[in-house]
Write a protein that binds this ligand. Structure first.
Ligand SMILES: Cc1cc2nc3c(=O)[nH]c(=O)nc-3n(C[C@H](O)[C@H](O)[C@H](O)COP(=O)(O)OP(=O)(O)OC[C@H]3O[C@@H](n4cnc5c(N)ncnc54)[C@H](O)[C@@H]3O)c2cc1C
Length: 308
């Protein structure tokens, strides 16, 4: 079987490469060392349409295919894994789930803004005692008629400190175990949502990761994604099929590591770059960096509101 990238896919790969070299490389080490969230870079990602790459343009997304998304993730991960993990969570774990399983009302209210990068999303599944085995989680969502009352704690939430909108998994019927888990959209401004302090991580330090607690949080019934207990499939899709982006990131971080170790600390925005498509830009680069053309096709282009 002959497998070739289409012209459009190659154009997106190049645009991502240009973005990474021109916008992410300057200051990447400093941001990592200081745990400084890459706010400017994420705002520019939104302008490029990279925060809702696979979302239908009618919901403000760029309407691209998964291959294009993975190519873009790879290029950005080679240079700045913190920027790429922000992008990956918003695309794979938040926008994808909402597009697949959200109601039309939820898409209009949340997906459009997430895909345009006006707001940033996070995915809240893991707990102190529930990582790989997500069905043993303790967070509960009690049916109170017009709303659910949510209590519990989620750990290691990427984008948590910067996010406005959370996809939250909680037990609506603990006795049913795996079949008693449901998904909800929770706004971080809802009373009772408590964002913890940023974790001091070993890698991807510029991206935010934190604990989020839910203390008697009232979540409107209309914010439940799908029916009660219909979440098993969603978890499967989120954590396996939609791990394409999250997998593309670490893969390329590892691939670029040998070059990065000796190179990037001396690279500066005013230093031309002689990097090859598969390496980090190197010390003393010889060819000028180029500006990228935006691949955005949708009608988004909003500004991320609350970052870092
Ligand atoms: C930087 C970072 C960002 C993260 N971001 C998010 C996020 O945004 N949202 C979120 O929900 N979570 C997030 N997580 C949590 C992450 O998804 C969990 O760490 C992961 O699910 C593993 O859970 P755990 O750490 O509790 O490990 P465990 O579940 O305790 O697993 C430890 C090891 O045991 C193995 N194992 C577990 N159960 C079995 C079994 N039954 N049989 C055989 N082997 C088994 C696992 O494969 C693993 O190798 C993040 C974690 C990190 C480090």
């Amino acid at each position: 079987m002959l497998f070739q990238f289409s012209e459009e896919q190659l154009m997106i790969k190049q645009a991502a490469r240009d973005f990474a070299v021109n916008e992410c490389l300057p200051g990447v080490i400093e941001r990592d060392e200081l745990q400084k969230f890459p706010k400017e870079q994420v705002l520019k990602l939104a302008d490029l349409g990279f925060l809702g790459m696979m979302v239908d343009p009618k919901y403000g997304g760029a309407g691209m295919d998964t291959v294009s998304y993975v190519l873009a993730m790879e290029e950005i991960s080679k240079i700045d894994a913190s920027v790429s993990v922000v992008m990956s969570v918003n695309n794979s774990l938040v926008c994808f789930g909402l597009q697949e399983y959200g109601s039309e009302e939820q898409k209009q209210k949340y997906l459009k803004r997430l895909a345009a990068g006006e707001i940033i999303g996070a995915f809240c599944l893991s707990e102190p005692e529930a990582g790989s085995d997500a069905t043993s989680q303790h967070t509960t969502a009690e049916d109170k008629g017009d709303h659910y009352l949510v209590n519990g704690t989620k750990n290691w939430i990427t984008n948590g400190p910067q996010s406005d909108t959370l996809i939250l998994f909680a037990m609506t019927d603990p006795a049913k175990k795996a079949k008693g888990v449901s998904a909800f959209i929770v706004e971080t401004r809802f009373p009772g949502v408590e964002i913890g302090k940023d974790e001091n991580k070993l890698g991807i330090r510029a991206s935010g990761t934190c604990t989020i607690s839910f203390n008697n949080v009232k979540v409107p019934v209309g914010n439940r994604i799908g029916g009660e207990g219909e979440v098993k499939l969603q978890i499967g899709i989120h954590t396996s099929v939609r791990r394409d982006g999250p997998a593309a990131g670490p893969n390329k971080v590892a691939a670029a590591a040998p070059t990065r170790a000796g190179a990037s600390r001396s690279c500066r925005p005013d230093t031309p770059c002689r990097s090859t498509p598969d390496t980090q830009p190197a010390r003393g680069c010889g060819s000028p960096c180029r500006r990228s053309a935006s691949p955005r096709r949708g009608n988004g282009g909003g500004r991320t509101r609350r970052l870092g």
